[in-house]
Design a protein around this ligand. Sequence first.
Ligand SMILES: C[C@](O)(C(=O)O)[C@H](CC(=O)O)C(=O)O
Length: 313
Amino acid sequence: MADFHGFKSATARLRELLSRDDHITICPGVYDGLTARIALRGNFDCLYMTGAGTAASRLGMPDLGLVTMNDMLTNAAMIASLDRTVPLIADADTGYGGPVMVARTVKSYIAAGIAGLHLEDQVLSKRCGHLLGKEIVDEDTFLSRIRAAVIAREEMKASIGEVAGDIVLIARTDSLQSLGFDEAIKRLKMAIEVGADVAFLEGPTDVDQCRRACRVLAPTPVLLNNVPGGVTPDLTAKEAQELGFKLMIYPGLMLTAVYDSCTASSAELKSTGTVKLTERQMEGPKALFTTCGLLECIQLDKKAGGQAYSSGV
Ligand SMILES: C[C@](O)(C(=O)O)[C@H](CC(=O)O)C(=O)O
């Protein structure tokens, strides 16, 4: 499936990954340009933009439904633009309002080149799926969110093209915590019936629930949200694949690494007045700038006839 000029759109790539037999796609969680660049350098097939990480990095706030659609869209659009050949799945929380707003969110994500998004059934003032006390909307409200997303996708396909507009819709339910397994699965099955492509059961608490979810939802691909320290067992990609998952997001991958290393470095500077640098850090900032596209910027400048970097950087 190719778009114009043989360029395979990110949506087509993601759909191709999902259609592979005996394969699980691992999506590292990124939340800004630098973490996205690091994941891209790591050659992952697909990236995941975490809402929790976006709230923490852009707002300095917890994952409590405080990010607006614009916060999320701006972040996801920037991340998706860094490498159009690697699909990005972005968190879209509740869709940020009623059906019209959900449709607006989905259209904006598609226009920004985002390959997949997930929509959930929490109330607007939502919280991280691994916290207690989640409140959910009724089944009809959830389904109206998914339907609105499907309508938005159809309208975008008609205007920008069948392939580019074909964003992967991931239905997430947070109802397991309050309604139990059977009701949660029922919600996902109904979401699939109205057009969701992938099912996301948030917060399964044991391996048996994971296995059963994949079995009863087949052939629809099921996503595992791996949040070490959260309510779900911390599975390796291989274990997740054996249970039947087709996608594994790891939302906190970069966020927790940054959190820990920055906490340690700040404590060291505060207590000793200096920081012992690693060999990598002694190289200075150029290596990091290179990961962020330094050489490509220099090349572009030169190609355009610019002189800015002709005597080196
Ligand atoms: C997937 C998630 O929605 C996210 O924002 O990345 C969060 C993850 C987290 O808070 O660690 C979630 O609700 O599971």
